[in-house]
Design a protein around this ligand. Structure first.
Ligand code: ADP
Length: 271
């Protein structure tokens, strides 16, 4: 219980203090509620792979099943699911704590270089999935105030989705550059798309558009929540345009660098 709100009357300093306290206690209550939901969601998500593993092992133990290759393979897949979830929860936690410390002096990263290495990582996977992968970038560095590993994580999650939700024969493109002086990163696919009514929900934790379909693709429902957190904490904005059966386009914009005259803000100390 967070207790009753302090009564507020008059326009003196005390009442404005009371307002602030009331606001803070509402915020705290909201945070507490979110944390509770998150814990429940995590517990629920971890239980599913554990239950499958337990059922398999029990059947082997009772002699009901021979542990053949195929069944052992299923066990390994459930363990991988479990590991992926734990890793995603860790990243989410890291992104959460980061956004509590707003920083203007974070690391500078060349979006172009960071994106190129992630795109390279995806080349074999796209080739295997019969997808065409293109990388389009300006030919000078595109600086953003974000750690390279976070840029990589954001692009990795977006590309992972693009690959998962684009059928064979489709294309994916990653573009990097400036629009109106603001650095941007975009990932576009010709995949299954997202219904308009779902667009506002996809950045929520554990949200999946189609539970049965996404269970097959092995998603955790945390990928976009992590993207959103990391983008928020670097003062960026993420937008998505999508049409069912046509494809999706995720675009992130960051604020313009302090000095737009210089292509390398590190050289033009305007802090
Ligand atoms: P998941 O791990 O399930 O992919 P995400 O948080 O990354 O979770 O994405 C949330 C949901 O948004 C996905 O389950 C999927 O339904 C939808 N989605 C995300 N990216 C795409 C995309 N490029 N094309 C179609 N649907 C997508």
């Amino acid at each position: 219980e967070w207790g009753a709100a302090m009564p507020v009357a008059g326009r003196d300093e005390l009442s404005s203090l009371a307002n602030t306290l009331n606001y803070l206690s509402e915020q705290l209550a909201r945070q507490e509620q979110l944390r509770k939901h998150l814990m429940q969601d995590i517990a629920h998500e971890l239980r599913t792979p554990l239950a499958t593993l337990r059922a398999h092992l029990q059947a082997f133990y009772d002699g009901l099943w021979e542990p053949n290759r195929e069944r052992l393979q299923s066990c390994l897949e459930e363990i991988e699911r479990f590991e992926a979830l734990v890793a995603a929860v860790e990243t989410l936690y890291e992104a959460d704590t980061m956004s509590e410390v707003p920083s203007r002096s974070g690391a500078q990263t060349d979006l172009r270089q960071a994106a190129q290495s992630v795109v390279q990582l995806f080349e074999p996977r796209c080739a295997a999935a019969g997808l065409n992968l293109a990388f389009v970038a300006e030919d000078t560095p595109v600086w953003v105030q974000m750690e390279a590993k976070h840029v990589a994580q954001v692009l990795w999650n977006l590309l992972d989705n693009a690959v998962k939700y684009t059928p064979r024969g489709g294309s994916i493109s990653v573009s990097v550059g400036h629009r109106n002086g603001r650095p941007f990163l975009a990932v576009k696919d010709t995949g299954i798309g997202i219904p308009e009514s779902e667009l506002e929900n996809i950045f929520e934790r554990f949200y999946r558009v189609d539970k049965s379909r996404d269970r097959k693709t092995g998603g955790s429902g945390l990928g976009l929540a992590i993207v959103k957190r990391l983008v928020d904490s670097s003062h960026g904005v993420i937008q998505v345009e999508s049409q069912v059966g046509v494809g999706s386009n995720f675009t992130i914009h960051w604020p313009a660098p302090f000095s737009s005259a210089s292509s390398d803000p590190r050289g033009s100390a305007v802090e």
